[in-house]
Design a protein around this ligand. Structure first.
Ligand code: FES
Length: 287
């Protein structure tokens, strides 16, 4: 007999491989991408403005509210009914911005991640509908039905949460791709100065990491070449207005210090100090 772990592994593996989902997922992701294109919308929904992904932070509110509502419904007795109703309503209100931030993040995924993300969103949407029906039943005095619908919603939100956790902790969606990349602490020779023309850029190896060098006049900027959002190759990006734009989802990092000018990235791109010694460009990690 299969263990629970093996069953869940098998379930997620099947979802990842279920290509029929692409028929819904791909056009929906394209529509979401279009909706979040304005920089202000992108920066808010991604969490760029707070320097942290927004969606996982917001999920705490509906999950927390609905968990406590389930507890009160199960063991709180008649006196806890108003508090349970308030928690159901709070979860519903918080679920709307949470879903918007999640859709924004999901639109940047593809393939297996996009399929699992679609089912994650479907489970949470089902929870939303069940909780809305639960609130309506509670308001109409049908407390038994309201409790039953709430508990069904709680089951759906737990299923959605499992898949959300799978996306982040197993698939690595939205995990900072530069978290374990460490450049050289000592000055390291990477390129002849003559090989980097003014306005030009090159990717070079510096110790264990690859670095994007960009020359602007007398200054040479150096950023990690792997976009921290989801690993895009910055050496294939475009250089404009003192920034590099990632070719995958358009995250825009200031060359001088790696600051995020436009999301979906939420963390600054790691940068390096540079100097020219005897006609050679050298880099080292910022101290
Ligand atoms: S990988 Fe997503 S913006 Fe760079």
């Amino acid at each position: 007999m299969m263990s629970t772990t093996a069953m869940m592994d098998e379930l997620t593996r099947r979802l990842e491989a279920w290509t029929a989902l692409d028929r819904v997922a791909d056009p929906l992701a394209a529509a979401v991408k279009k909706a979040v294109r304005p920089r202000a919308v992108r920066n808010v929904l991604s969490g760029t403005v707070i320097g942290h992904p927004l969606h996982p932070l917001l999920t705490d509110v509906p999950i927390g509210a609905w968990s406590m509502a389930a507890l009160l419904d199960l063991v709180g007795g008649r006196g806890a009914a108003p508090a349970a109703d308030l928690l159901v309503a709070t979860g519903l209100a918080a679920a709307v911005p949470t879903a918007a931030a999640g859709l924004n993040d999901w639109s940047d995924t593809w393939g297996e991640d996009r399929r699992v993300g679609l089912v994650h969103a479907a489970a949470n949407s089902t929870a939303l509908v069940l909780y809305a029906a639960s609130l309506a039943a509670r308001a109409g005095g049908r407390r038994g039905a309201g409790r039953a619908l709430g508990l069904a919603g709680f089951g759906a939100v737990m299923g959605g949460g499992y898949l959300g956790g799978h996306l982040v902790f197993v698939r690595g969606v939205k995990v900072n791709r530069t978290a374990w990349r460490e450049g050289p602490a000592e000055w390291t020779d990477v390129l002849a100065e003559a090989e980097l023309a003014d306005g030009g850029h090159r990717m070079v190896q510096a110790g264990a990491v690859t670095v994007l060098l960009v020359r602007q006049g007398r200054r040479v900027h150096a950023l990690d070449s792997v976009c921290n959002h989801m690993g895009g190759p910055l050496e294939q990006g475009t250089i404009e207005n003192g920034c590099v734009v990632c070719p995958l989802h358009g995250s825009t990092f200031r060359l001088a210090d790696g600051a995020v000018v436009r999301g979906p990235a939420t963390s600054p791109q790691p940068g390096y100090e540079t100097r020219v010694q005897d006609g050679r460009i050298q880099v080292r990690a910022r101290t």
